[in-house]
Design a protein around this ligand. Structure first.
Ligand code: NAD
Length: 417
């Protein structure tokens, strides 16, 4: 029989089941949450540069809208399939409920390889996707955002297409837009910044002074490089960083601004003179206070979890720790900032972007960052309370907070009887 333990959809279902049982909720809560309320599979035909027509498969999944319109990214990747999109939509329900956002979880995508498409083809594909799903999305229904291989330019084409269909500018349709058409200040940095906020708060609760902490960061893209930069600015020593081509280590700490400049000029880390090369595997096992996995899923496994020396693992990536490794880290007393909290800064500032679009009142970056910290801080306290009340991991505690909120919304709306 196939091993379903790493199937994200099965994992998401199990997490909801455990949460419903732990909280002693009505079984109807699980019966509703165990699958999305709506799954749309659409054919997306578009014209290639050579004039031929090609059809890709697209998805939009709306997991649960008891708390408000659904919200979640759009992914362009060859591996996009219905189960993956459903699981990602379920995780978005957890993130939004945990952060106290007035949203349910959604997700979407197109199974395609953007590396094989020209810019013009990506634009036509993006516009066709919006036409295909235009009846089921909207600022008060379901609000997409960027995800893997989609970006602010793609969001701009999409909001333009939707606005043409509606016959009016509808900036609140989508978040992660360029600033000039209703994007939010602080949105690009939000995920890395939120990760550092959350980790710093939990470090303080553990008696670790974040300003003196030793940090290692796996992945130096949007999330990892911003987290490293902000941690460094707060006084932490970033001893190691890595990307897909390898890593760097310095026992006395890396000057992140200097490294960013080196990387910009040399298009990579290779040859950086102020640090030694290090393997990704070694980076994960360094004697540091805080480890930020901010690259890929399934990086901390039953094989390397026993060797992890960090006191806190702040998950920037989605699913970097396998369930087996999670149990090992819990037994070792390693505090894990679970991905649903650790990388929720992005959706939180997406919510702020939508609020700014709906009210037409735009905030300064300081206002955005201050509100982000408030939302993250409240979510951490709620999660920590559940952790102490039920003696479960922070990941399970995050599910308990979210499931309780979703259940309450469904109960008062009369869905459970
Ligand atoms: P990105 O593409 O900007 O960066 C990914 C980084 O990981 C790159 O530096 C890449 O070189 C590195 N990497 C790839 N393979 C690696 C390996 N084997 N070892 C070490 N490094 C490796 O992506 P991102 O936006 O920073 O996202 C990173 C993770 O965070 C993903 O899991 C993503 O789903 C999650 N996430 C991102 C956001 C966001 O707002 N960007 C929000 C929520 C979750």
């Amino acid at each position: 029989m196939a091993d379903t333990s790493l199937n994200p959809f099965v994992r998401a279902q199990q997490s909801f089941k455990e949460a419903v049982e732990t909280l002693g909720l009505e079984s109807a809560v699980y019966e509703i949450l165990k699958q999305p309320l709506r799954t749309f599979e659409v054919a997306v035909p578009f014209i290639r540069d050579d004039g031929t027509l090609q059809v890709f498969t697209g998805y939009r999944v709306q997991h649960n809208d008891a708390l408000g319109p659904t919200k979640g990214g759009l992914r362009f990747h060859p591996g996009v399939n219905a189960d993956e999109v459903k699981a990602l939509a379920m995780w978005m329900s957890v993130k939004c409920a945990l952060l106290g956002l007035p949203y349910g979880g959604g997700k979407g995508g197109i199974a395609c390889d953007v590396d094989q498409l020209s810019e013009g083809e990506i634009e036509r594909l993006s516009r066709e996707y919006i036409r295909a799903v235009s009846l089921v999305i909207g600022p008060d229904k379901d609000i997409p955002a960027p995800d893997v291989s989609t970006n602010p330019q793609i969001m701009a084409w999409m909001v333009d297409e939707f606005s043409r269909i509606r016959g009016e500018n509808t900036f609140g349709l989508i978040t992660g837009k360029p600033l000039v058409i209703g994007g939010s200040r602080g949105r690009v940095e939000a995920t890395g910044r939120g990760l550092v906020f959350a980790t710093r708060q939990l470090a303080t609760e553990m008696g670790i002074d974040f300003a003196k902490a030793r940090v290692a960061v796996q992945g130096f893209g949007n999330v990892g490089s911003i987290a490293a930069t902000i941690a460094y600015a707060m006084g932490a020593s970033v001893l190691a960083v890595s990307d897909k081509d390898g890593g760097l280590y310095s026992a006395s700490g890396i000057d992140i601004h200097d490294l960013l400049e080196y990387k910009r000029v040399n298009r990579g880390f290779a040859g950086y003179p102020q640090a030694e090369p290090i393997e990704n595997r070694e980076l994960l096992e360094l004697p540091v206070d805080i480890l930020f996995p901010a690259a890929l899923e399934n990086q901390i496994t039953a094989d390397n979890a026993p060797n992890i020396q960090a006191k806190i693992v702040g998950e920037g990536a989605n699913g970097p720790t396998t369930p087996e490794a999670d149990a090992i880290l819990f037994d070792k007393g390693v505090m894990v900032v679970p991905d649903v909290l650790g990388n929720s800064g992005g959706v939180t500032v997406s919510y702020f972007e939508w609020v700014q679009n709906q009210t037409r009142l735009y905030w300064s970056e300081d206002e955005v960052n201050q509100r982000l910290e408030e939302y993250m801080s409240r979510a951490i306290s709620d999660m920590h309370r559940m952790h102490e009340r039920f003696g479960v991991t922070h990941r399970k505690a995050a599910y308990l907070v979210a499931t309780d909120r979703l259940a309450e919304a469904m109960r008062v709306r009369g869905w459970l009887k």
